[in-house]
Design a protein around this ligand. Structure first.
Ligand code: ATP
Ligand code: MG
Length: 442
């Protein structure tokens, strides 16, 4: 029989004294002379079940004795209120249905990181990680809803692609029937193609980056939430960013109080993020601040994790860093006369750093064409049948037939979660992170 009752459905005064049954796994087990306490867990919560030797047939007692941690079962019994029980209620067991007694569970809780990687398919059952997954679910749901309710269209761009959207150094190459293809680093170029018909679009896809250095915030595969909007200038984009993220965080706090508490996240801190205006400063100002703090950085150098930490650790709200020097950023960003581009990186506070990279796009044909040449991208070719075409010709075409101002960004879902849930390492935002350690296992 499928499961219809969950533990959270049982934690109710009106069921006290009634017979209940629930399916789940053994979370904790303690034995006394004539009592066995089994704390059962399911996807919703935990509940204590008590088996009293004198109250149950002998075979029920023996079944209870045999269970290992993570064994699977259904317990049936009378619901009682008990303030000593971990969730305030307890089931006085009358019967047990065995699914699997289980074997001694290989994870005790003090394993090193390599052992956890080897056992990750089992490790992910733990309650902290489950709470993290629920927070991620809520963040994404509300973010998506904000855009859908605002009239944005969800689209589904390809993952196998013929050209780079970001630096070519982080491309993963794939053998595509004897030809070179790549795993997508960003859906942006495809989103740009779709704004001419749908105007405001977004997508959620995996993005792949063959990052050379290992850090706490880089994965080789991550979930990329990207938006693109016709007619938007940088200021419009910044406004939408702040509104949509504030909404998603606010709704997530409402919905996931228990989980955030379980992770030890101070919710009052996150409330400030929602209530207060976010900060915006130009790249130049960011460099000035860093230099005044004694950080060794020059105008024209990129902000790395250390610089971002230094810049954000004293702030309680996210910071938009805008107008970077053109050479530091991708070719597609809209240039203004002073050598900077209309872009922003959004840095999360408390030292977390970049969670979004966005810009107004270069929509002037001649300037974009020159930049593609300057970046050397005009040399890249693809074959269609027996024709050879420039890999970026289609992208340039978008500036020939009804070009318009437009802007967009990409948000790393795991980066957002890492900050909102205050996690120490990005690997804990995903069940099966793609890192170089234990790369495809599990
Ligand atoms: P970083 O400087 O941190 O490497 P980036 O400038 O390469 O980031 P973008 O190319 O602007 O990042 O990508 C947009 C967003 O995608 C980033 O703001 C970040 O949230 C996320 N992102 C980029 N690379 C990774 C990665 N390797 N792992 C997880 N998320 C990433
Ligand atoms: Mg990068």
């Amino acid at each position: 029989m499928m499961k219809t009752i969950f533990i959270n459905d049982l934690l109710k005064d009106e069921l006290v004294g009634k017979e209940v049954s629930v399916k789940g796994w053994v979370y904790r087990k303690r034995e006394f002379k004539d009592k066995i306490f089994i704390v059962l867990r399911d996807s919703t919560n935990i509940i204590q079940a008590i088996v009293r030797k004198e109250d149950v047939p002998r075979e029920v007692w023996e079944k209870a004795l045999e269970f290992q941690i993570e064994g699977s079962l259904e317990v049936k019994g009378i619901l009682k209120k008990d303030p000593r029980a971990p969730t305030g209620y307890e089931i006085a067991v009358k019967d047990i249905v065995v699914y699997d007694y289980g074997q001694p569970f290989p994870i005790k809780g003090d394993e090193d990181i390599d052992t956890i990687q080897k056992l990750r398919h089992l490790w992910i059952r733990n309650r902290r990680f489950t709470a993290t997954m629920k927070i991620k679910h809520s963040l994404l749901k509300h973010l998506r809803n904000w855009f859908i309710d605002g009239g944005w269209w969800e689209i589904h761009p390809p993952i196998l692609v013929g050209n780079a959207a970001e630096e070519t150094t982080t491309l993963f190459e794939v053998n595509y029937f004897g030809k070179k293809a790549y795993l997508s680093q960003s859906a942006q170029l495809y989103l740009e193609a779709l704004i001419y018909s749908l105007e405001k679009v977004f997508s959620l896809t995996p993005s792949f980056r063959a990052e050379k250095s290992r850090t706490r915030r880089h994965l080789h595969e991550y979930w990329h939430f990207e938006i693109e909007a016709a007619w938007y200038h940088l200021e419009d984009l910044i406004k939408v960013t702040e509104e949509s993220l504030k909404y998603a965080i606010e709704k997530t706090i409402e919905e996931r109080k228990i989980e955030l508490n379980m992770l030890g996240r101070d919710i009052s801190y996150l409330k400030k993020v929602i209530e207060e205006p976010w900060i915006s400063m130009k790249y130049k100002e960011a460099i000035d601040i860093l230099q005044s703090k004694g950080v060794n950085i020059e105008y024209g150098q990129d902000l790395g994790a250390d610089e971002e930490r230094e810049l954000t650790k004293d702030f309680e709200v996210p910071i938009f860093i805008t107008y970077y020097p053109r050479e530091m950023k991708a070719f597609y960003m809209y240039e203004i006369g002073d050598g900077t581009v209309k872009n922003f990186d959004l840095l999360a506070p408390e030292g977390y750093g970049e969670i979004i990279g966005g810009s107004e796009r270069e929509w002037r044909y001649n300037i974009l064409k020159k930049k593609i040449e300057e970046w050397g991208l005009n040399k890249l070719k693809v074959i269609i049948g027996d024709m050879e075409v420039g890999a970026y010709d289609w992208y340039l075409d978008l500036r020939k037939y009804g070009s318009i101002p437009h802007s967009g960004w990409g948000l790393g879902l795991e980066r957002l979660l890492m900050w909102v849930a205050k996690l120490g390492h990005i690997r804990d935002t995903l069940p099966f992170p793609r890192l170089r350690e234990g790369w495809l296992y599990p």
